[in-house]
Design a protein around this ligand. Sequence first.
Ligand code: ASP
Length: 297
Amino acid sequence: MDPIVLTHGGTKSPPEWSDGCERAARVGAAVLRAGGSALDAAVAAVRDMEDDGRFNAGRGSCLRFDGITLEMDAGVMESTGRIGAVAALRGFRHPVDAARAALETPHVLYAGEGAALLARAFALEPWEGGASEAMRERHRKIASTWGDPAARRPAWRDADLGRLWNFRTPLPPELRPEDTVGAVVRDAAGRFAAAASTGGAIPMLLGRVGDTPLPGAGFWAGPHGAVAATGIGEEIIRRLACRGIHDRLSAGVSPAEAIRAITETFPGDVAFGAIAVSASESGEHANRSMAFATARP
Ligand code: ASP
């Protein structure tokens, strides 16, 4: 089979960031060239984007609503059915490595403190750096427009933040009145793998987990291909979007068409995008800008 690596930089990532996706896809392709599996390549590609700093993953992760907390989600899967994921992970440089570590254990998904202790048990690299300046700025912007419900995302328009607030720090006075990375790979042995990593979607309460660590929602790999999604996690979970795309691949629909069909089930004001590979094709589609790239070993 013709091996290939596809990467994306999340919905709303501008085309100018494609260089980061290209570099990551080439990193994945180099892993395949060296004899690595589809899973090895997908993890290597996502690791690279977690270090980029522009994408909402790893060191570029977005802040939670309190403007202080970083919690990250990641998931990996290969077409053999092995799955690993971490949710609300704090303090590690490469959440995708923690997801890969989870895959080596009897469980699928680890959350919070347990995820961090698993990462420590696998001697993964800690990371104490805070949010990037770009993410601080995004948080400031959300905070400054919060008083105007019309400026909020639809799901938040009627939210009573005073009642919902679940951080240990008090609700900041100004609050009183999104992108992710992913990779999908087909290797020469015909195996597929998907990997995804995110800092979440602004605005976010403490402990919120999106689609990215949930198999079938934010990623999926099976006998007919691999898929990774990006966009508003809550809506992606409701649709089990990646599993839906894979089901279409299994019926012979092309990757781009399969993604398009699922995208049409999202309201226009909800960002959604995905990348996918099947046995013979690859494709991407998003209802917003989405940087992406393809590389072959
Ligand atoms: N899907 C991610 C989440 O909701 C965010 C994104 O893809 O931009 O956590």
